[in-house]
Design a protein around this ligand. Structure first.
Ligand SMILES: [Zn+2]
Length: 383
């Protein structure tokens, strides 16, 4: 899940799939590494880029990230594995960068093809992944209270929730065979059924662990920020770094301050900036992100993103304005620049923008540059 710039959607026809791209050729009994692609039909990003370690022997394939659980994505995976002389049943191990469905969504389907599939993820993201079916009612209430605390109009949020509940009920009715459905949301729900299926991770990793198989030695690199347990993978022998969504070539990942971060005093943007520095310090000849283009100069890209967030933090402070009572995160978010005009944002897009604005406010609060006032509705003042 990413924001900040819109990337034009490419044609998603499976016929347009290029063959897998060889990143490292097979050598000395160790297999080759390929870059695949699976389609993302519902966002501004056209593709997820899984990476496949394909041994020369009969041993199974290891993937880093997979894709959504939609038929388009599983078909793309099947065709590209066939190009490599393999089938989905040959996938023995799936390491995921984080718990978002464009990375982990295909896991249930892969396990159906191979019951021995091993899922590997960071322990913090595993907690969220297991808990993703949490009660929606209490989650909605938490998010509504959080929104109001940060300046949302309660009536706007309630109306948007009501509309969403109606839409979900419609989808459920359609999925249950209601022939009167006027559009294809039921199909969408059905297409995403694999994403609902949880696979218990076979291995939970922390920072700096070795993951070894088929002559490869990978090092887990914990990079919290986009998610609490985001994982990059470093291959010292090859000086390659898999960056997941942590570092992409053009856009920057969403880093939000959520209700649970308020409770635990987390500072997600500070974590993200520290993770960027940590990633920049890896001796990398080529970075392999989960979307967009390969990154030849990873330290330079990390520095650009760090700088972008420092500028953004200054802009957010300026957005507080001159009112002696301060400004809410909602007001501040409405005053900073986004990729589209604020007026065109849906309630949900605004909520996500407020999460990003709050992550910047939280960062500069810990630097003593702003302070919050008020206990019902939170307002921000320059310190
Ligand atoms: Zn992603």
């Amino acid at each position: 899940m990413t924001t900040s710039e819109t990337v034009t959607n490419e044609a998603l026809s499976a016929d347009a799939l290029p063959p897998p791209q060889e990143i490292v050729p097979a050598a000395g009994g160790r297999g080759a590494l390929y870059r695949l692609r699976t389609p993302m039909s519902s966002t501004a990003l056209p593709w997820v880029m899984p990476y496949a370690f394909v041994p020369e022997t009969e041993e199974g394939v290891t993937l880093f990230d997979a894709g959504y659980g939609t038929p388009d994505a599983t078909e793309a995976m099947t065709r590209q594995l066939a190009d490599l002389g393999r089938t989905p049943a040959d996938v023995r191990r799936l390491i995921v960068s984080h718990f978002h469905p464009d990375h982990v969504g295909m896991t249930g389907w892969l396990q159906e093809q191979n019951p021995d599939l091993e899922l590997v993820m960071h322990r913090h993201d595993a907690e969220v992944y297991r808990d993703m079916d949490r009660g929606h009612a209490s989650w909605e209430q938490t998010m509504r209270e959080w929104g109001v605390r940060h300046g949302f109009d309660a009536a706007d949020l309630e109306q948007a929730e009501e509309e969403r509940r109606e839409r979900r009920a419609r989808e459920a009715a359609q999925a249950a065979g209601d022939a009167n459905g006027e559009h294809d949301t039921a199909k969408v729900t059905e297409q995403r059924q694999w994403e609902m299926r949880r696979v218990e991770p076979a291995r939970l990793v922390d920072d700096g662990e070795e993951i070894a198989f088929d002559g490869w030695t990978l090092t887990s690199t914990w990079t919290p920020g986009h998610t609490p347990g985001h994982l990059c993978i470093y291959i010292p022998d090859e000086r390659l770094t898999f960056t997941g969504d942590h570092v992409l070539s053009r856009i920057t990942p969403n880093v939000s301050y959520h209700p649970e971060d308020e409770e635990t005093d987390r500072n997600p943007l500070a974590e993200f900036l520290a993770s960027l520095q940590k990633t920049a310090d890896l001796d990398t000849r080529l970075a392999l992100p989960a979307h967009e283009e390969l990154i030849p100069d990873l330290p330079a890209r990390c520095r650009d993103i760090i700088e972008h967030h420092h500028h953004r933090a200054d802009e957010v402070i300026a957005g507080i304005g001159e009112d002696p009572r301060g400004a809410t995160a909602f007001e501040i978010a409405s005053r900073v620049t986004w990729n589209r005009p604020w007026e065109t944002f849906s309630v949900w897009k605004r909520r996500s923008a407020i999460g990003e604005t709050l992550s910047h406010l939280r960062l500069v609060e810990t630097q003593g540059r702003v302070r919050r006032v008020g206990d019902g509705v939170v307002r921000w003042l320059r310190a």
